[in-house]
Write a protein that binds this ligand. Structure first.
Ligand code: UFG
Length: 342
């Protein structure tokens, strides 16, 4: 019998890697995506990796009737809910777009889970819910949440709260918030990866785009932070490792009769911006053009995961390194030229 898992946003960056990991572990993903923020080339890539075309339903996750029909058609083992907007800066300019899409999508999924008695949900949350951690920069799930710096961050913050409250009212559900740190890299095959729309906001795509000549030079945002080299510190996690954490989450939830957990998904190690640049240069042999600029408003100085809970509860830990991530990100960037030429 097929074990169907609904993957909303399954054509996106983390979603597409999770689709691969689900298939590798015996599940049948059902992708729900309307491609507003995803590229159709991902489906070609997935088809090549998987050896067959995955199931795709082209739909807005906020479409109440459409999503209901999907729940009528499949008996899902679980849902992994990725579909959401994710650009921090854009969310400051267009808050309603973010609150509408990110919260209505989640509410639609939860309502259908209750109506159709689907028990298991994994929600894409973010370390943004910690805001700027006070004191220790290695955060556990018990570290108090702080208000995030953007409407995007608030949609994750409130999303977690919606899930917790839904669990309290429906204690037979199995719900999990995964708080991602900074996803980087791409699938080894270079057949899937991130398609940044417009100028990238995130560090890794900006590095690879600068190295390939799409961007003039990388600006390192601030060199006067109280860190080892003055640049910010983040926990960069390979997207393939991150994807597998979702499979482990679905496996964990499948055995539960009422469960609510929040788990950090990171490597447990922080790296500075300069360390990432240096890893990129040494692993790829590319010289990167960069200079220091002003601090970017809203940036947290330093944060990295305590990943013990993921290890204990999900039996998951990151296996791939920053070296793997920079090589895979670079190979993907080179491959993107072919896609852009199509
Ligand atoms: N950085 C640069 N230059 C750039 C881009 C980034 O120096 O051109 C630096 C940033 O200042 C930061 C680090 O690289 O120190 C990482 O920045 P990213 O934008 O890649 O990642 P963030 O940590 O800012 O953002 C991530 C997720 C968001 C999430 C946020 C919450 O991408 O979705 O963490 O902490 F909201």
């Amino acid at each position: 019998m097929e074990k169907y898992v609904l993957v909303t946003g399954g054509a996106g960056y983390i979603g597409s890697h999770t689709v691969v990991s689900l298939v590798e572990n015996g599940y049948t993903p059902v992708i729900l995506d309307d491609f507003r923020n995803a590229n159709r080339v991902v489906i070609d890539g997935l088809t090549k990796i998987l050896g067959k075309k995955p199931i795709i339903i082209e739909l807005d996750v906020c479409d109440q009737n459409g999503v209901k029909e999907i729940f009528e058609s499949y008996k899902f083992e679980g849902i992994i809910h990725f579909a959401a907007y994710k650009a921090v800066g854009e969310s400051v300019d267009e808050p309603l777009k973010y609150y509408q899409n990110n919260l209505m999508g989640l509410i639609n999924i939860l309502s259908n889970m209750i109506e159709f008695n689907v028990k298991n949900l994994v929600f894409s949350s973010s370390c943004t819910v910690y805001g700027e951690p006070k004191g220790i920069k290695e955060v556990t799930e018990e570290t108090p949440k702080n208000f995030p710096n953007s409407p995007y961050g608030f949609t994750k913050w409130i999303g977690e709260q919606i899930i917790e409250d839904t669990f309290k009212a429906n204690p037979s559900l199995n719900l999990m918030n995964l708080r991602y740190f900074n996803p980087v890299g791409a699938h080894k095959s270079s057949l899937i990866g991130e398609f940044p729309i417009g100028k990238p906001n995130n560090l890794m795509p900006y590095i690879t785009q600068t190295a390939i000549g799409k961007q003039e030079e990388l600006i390192v945002f601030g060199n006067d932070y109280p860190t080892i080299d003055g640049t910010c510190i983040r926990d960069y996690i390979h997207v393939v490792d991150l994807a597998y954490a979702h499979v482990k989450a679905i496996v964990f939830l499948a055995g539960k009769f009422g469960s609510f957990e929040t788990i950090n998904i990171g490597t447990g190690k922080g790296s500075s911006v300069l360390e990432i640049i240096s890893a990129f240069e040494s692993e790829t042999g590319q010289k990167l053009k960069w200079k220091y600029g002003k601090r970017r408003s809203g940036d947290v100085t330093e944060i990295f995961a305590n990943a013990t809970k993921a290890k204990n509860i999900l039996e998951w830990e990151a296996k791939l390194s920053i070296k793997d991530a920079v090589i895979d990100a670079w190979n993907w960037e080179k491959k993107l030229i072919e896609h852009n030429e199509k």
